[in-house]
Write a protein that binds this ligand. Structure first.
Ligand SMILES: Cc1cc2nc3c(=O)[nH]c(=O)nc-3n(C[C@H](O)[C@H](O)[C@H](O)COP(=O)(O)OP(=O)(O)OC[C@H]3O[C@@H](n4cnc5c(N)ncnc54)[C@H](O)[C@@H]3O)c2cc1C
Length: 414
């Protein structure tokens, strides 16, 4: 069956674009090789965190200062504000309840105890509107005995630097002790699978209530995957309880990925998990079909195609000793020709490669040998001109370019 749209890549950008199209009745197939970078996500989305090294207060206002190559400038600042509202609604419809607004960043707390500007944070997770007006003074930071994914010393120090008084309290329960017999089980994802029953949650709540003392708020590592379990625990604990991000792979990122995929499938979308697009056929300035590793000689045909294959980490872009390239179609790529300039010494230094990506026109249509491919748009972190690490714009670019591309496809269809 011919699809309306085939999406290559099933991370945040591919799924959100697929949802927006399927909601409007399109027949959509997503081909997804494997896990996405949402697994690194600590429970927050960033629209624009930093500009010229300084924290951004209002992402929407700051868009005018971005270079014209940035995806937000291509989409247009006025449109970004509207798309940002739509993105929050779409996430909510998928069951991902977040707080925040594109007009003003708040602060999320990283697992290393650093406050970073964020646009949206899961309602269940700790975030701070104004670092000069903390929501409370004294925190109980609950540490799970033997837990691998949480650098609590650094987290506690970071929270103290923000101005909190922190009681670092260690606890365990029979359920957690049972898991510790196999040390590899002491990861957030394993705990999330085992701690969901009401009785297991009550045992955790009992420990917290016994230990929390004078603290005004309790922080617990994000080891609960299900919103119902989080709410149940919050109702059992006598003080306000918020989750705090753990090191990846994160339970909250995993959960977001799963909820988005389920929502897409519920809308009738076809998600080919564990398959890879290996090539595409072009007829003049249009893609006619893509071939996948598993479907072999049964190519997927569609009117429109979306490239949502991510950056280097997901192999949407590949670097060898001589060049950076896009592996499916050999699209035009924005990347420095001089290999020496790709990286700089020092892990915290801004790296040129993180801005590399495929070139597009202002409607996010891809180019090959300088010519626009009319029915192929790129979205998310495969796009050039932004920098998720230095500018804190990764998830924003993914969400908003996905919605912009879906709008263009739907407008052309009607
Ligand atoms: C380590 C790390 C930490 C991050 N932390 C944060 C954070 O805390 N906050 C934040 O806001 N942002 C963060 N980001 C950025 C954010 O996660 C990404 O910008 C965003 O999720 C990218 O989504 P995407 O869909 O464009 O790409 P990806 O998530 O990379 O997804 C691409 C998908 O395409 C698939 N794929 C690739 N090639 C093919 C192919 N040929 N055929 C089929 N499928 C294919 C991949 O398997 C993958 O599933 C982080 C990114 C990284 C790398």
């Amino acid at each position: 069956m011919k699809m309306n749209t085939v999406i290559m890549g099933g991370g945040l950008s591919g799924l959100v674009c697929g949802i927006a199209l399927a909601k409007r009745g399109q027949r959509v197939t997503i081909v997804a090789t494997g896990q996405s970078t949402l697994l690194f996500n600590g429970g927050s989305m960033e629209l624009l965190g930093y500009l010229d090294g300084k924290a951004v207060v209002s992402p929407i206002e700051a868009i005018a200062s971005l270079s014209e190559e940035h995806p937000y400038r291509k989409i247009g600042a006025d449109r970004i504000a509207l798309l940002a509202d739509q993105a929050k609604t779409l996430l909510d419809d998928a069951g991902i309840q977040m707080e925040g607004t594109a007009a003003a960043n708040h602060w999320r707390v990283t697992p290393m105890g650093v406050a970073k500007p964020a646009w949206l944070t899961l309602k269940s997770h700790v975030h701070i509107d104004d670092l000069k007006q903390l929501p409370c003074k004294r925190l109980a930071l609950m540490c799970i005995k033997g837990f691998f994914d949480e650098p609590n010393g650094m987290l506690a120090d970071g929270l103290k630097d923000m101005g909190f008084e922190v009681d670092r309290l260690e606890f365990t329960t029979d359920d957690i002790t049972a898991l510790r017999r196999s040390p590899s089980e002491m990861r957030a994802s394993s705990l999330a699978k085992r701690l969901g029953s009401n009785s297991a949650l009550q045992r955790i709540a009992d420990q917290i209530n016994q230990l929390a003392g004078e603290a005004e708020m309790v922080l617990l590592p994000s080891v609960l995957g299900d919103e119902d379990h989080i709410h149940a625990l919050q109702s059992m604990v006598n003080k306000p309880l918020r989750l705090v991000a753990t090191l990846p792979p994160s339970v909250s990122g995993n959960r977001m990925q799963t909820l988005l995929r389920h929502y897409f499938q519920m809308l009738g979308g076809n998600y080919l998990m564990g398959d890879t697009v290996v090539s595409a056929t072009l007829d003049g300035d249009r893609v006619t079909s893509v071939t996948t590793a598993k479907l072999g000689d049964m190519p997927l045909k569609a009117d429109q195609f979306i490239l949502a294959t991510g950056s280097f980490i997901s192999r949407g872009l590949v670097a060898d000793y001589e060049r950076v390239y896009e592996p499916i179609l050999g699209l035009d790529v924005d990347a420095d020709a001089d290999r020496e300039k790709w990286t700089r010494f020092g892990i915290l230094e801004p790296q040129a490669y993180s801005r590399f990506g495929v070139k597009t026109d202002n409607d996010l249509r891809c180019l090959k040998e300088g010519k626009t491919i009319q029915n192929l748009r790129a979205i998310g972190s495969v796009l050039s001109g932004h920098d998720a690490i230095k500018m804190g714009d990764g998830t924003g670019v993914s969400l908003l370019s996905a919605l912009a591309a879906a709008q263009s496809i739907l407008a052309a269809q009607s």
